[in-house]
Design a protein around this ligand. Structure first.
Ligand code: UD1
Length: 324
């Protein structure tokens, strides 16, 4: 189904909008003059992430699996940005059933709510994890997925449901395969947190980081504001329904080099402690963003140096606030 190039929206719902990525999407949408509603159960998100937006965000505290609440939240919205999820690969390995309840059933609930509430488009957070360990680089959307963790299976299942909801019910669905997202507000407090948030925190406490495996595994680290902007583009781009898009930078870095770069900026000299690789961990990850560029008009605005400097300033500030 094609839709007109005039497509736009005035009100959107962000599931998981108090979380790391969701709250940056809220920022971008508010700046773009859209009405923003957020539903979040605050399991991993925090109201602190939205405090600066004040009453420009309509916040609903609740779980996406609460069908009645979600339906109320979705009414009157033309687009849903679906970010609510358990985002840790390792946690899904430890708890495949419990995490599927959120990542699979929760997403199905969001799609079905969109259908019932007459929401026109749903933009879903998928993951580069769906590519698995295929050694071919860079990862292109047409490559055959090879999920290696429950997390990757859950995200791939989301993509299939999204396509089906497009084909069966005419909902305009768009899946964004995020690569490794980093930036301000990423919560470093659990062992399952994103590597950059953990390394930043270690750099300010002076503790050596733990590197799993030999540290030569690499990741395509993409700055969160670019990811938020990709979402806005996916919310308005014409003729992309049923589509899947990589959101990365097209460059990659090893975990060892990542620590060196952060330690140098923090002015510390601490060698990492090496530990066995984590189960389900992918060796290499690098995106091709050709499709997102061609069809969404997406180009990252932040290179690694600029993104990491902004992120570092945020964690430095946080560390200083904690110590006073
Ligand atoms: C991350 C995301 C996931 C996303 C995927 C896309 C998080 C928590 N996970 O998974 O949601 O879908 O990217 O590619 O943001 N590492 C260390 N030391 C640490 C922590 C991690 O060496 O203290 C290593 C890991 O073993 C891994 C790499 O750093 O090799 C990245 O780990 P992590 O940030 O957890 O991300 P992914 O597992 O790639």
């Amino acid at each position: 189904m094609a839709f007109s190039s005039e497509f736009n929206f005035s009100r959107a719902l962000i599931t998981g909008g108090a979380g790391f990525i969701g709250s940056h999407i809220a920022d971008v949408l508010v700046r773009a003059g859209r009405q923003v509603r957020v539903i979040d159960n605050l399991a991993s998100g925090s109201l602190d992430n939205l405090a600066h937006l004040g009453d420009r965000v309509d916040f609903i505290h609740g779980d996406i699996r609460d069908a009645d609440l979600l339906l109320r939240a979705a009414r009157g919205c033309e687009v849903i940005f679906h970010e609510a999820a358990v985002v840790s690969v390792t946690r899904t390995v430890a708890a495949p059933v419990e995490t599927a309840a959120v990542n699979d059933m929760g997403t199905l609930q969001v799609l079905d709510t969109a259908r019932k509430a007459g929401v026109r488009r749903v933009v879903l957070a998928s993951s580069s994890a769906v590519y698995g360990d295929d050694p071919v680089m860079p990862k292109r959307e047409e490559m055959r997925p090879k999920p290696m963790s429950p997390y990757a299976v859950q995200k791939l299942t989301n993509e299939h449901y999204a396509r089906l909801y497009h084909e069966l019910y005419g909902i305009e669905t768009v899946c964004l395969r995020y690569f490794n997202v980093y930036g301000p507000r990423q919560d470093p407090s659990s062992p399952y947190s994103g590597v950059i948030s953990i390394f930043m925190t270690r750099a300010f406490t002076g503790e050596p980081p733990v590197v799993y495996g030999d540290g030569e595994q690499c990741r395509d680290f993409v700055f969160v504001e670019d990811v938020a902007r990709a979402n806005l583009l996916a919310g308005v781009a014409p003729d992309i329904s049923g589509g899947v898009f990589n959101v990365g930078t097209g460059t990659a870095m090893t975990v060892n080099d990542l620590w060196l770069s952060i330690a140098r900026r923090a002015g510390i000299d601490a060698a990492p402690v090496y530990a066995p690789s984590r189960p389900g961990d992918i060796r290499e990850s690098l995106s091709s963003i050709d499709r997102a560029e061609a069809e969404l008009g997406f180009r990252p605005a932040y290179d690694f140096e600029r993104g990491i400097d902004i992120t570092m300033a945020w964690y430095r500030d946080r560390a200083e606030r904690k110590s006073t």
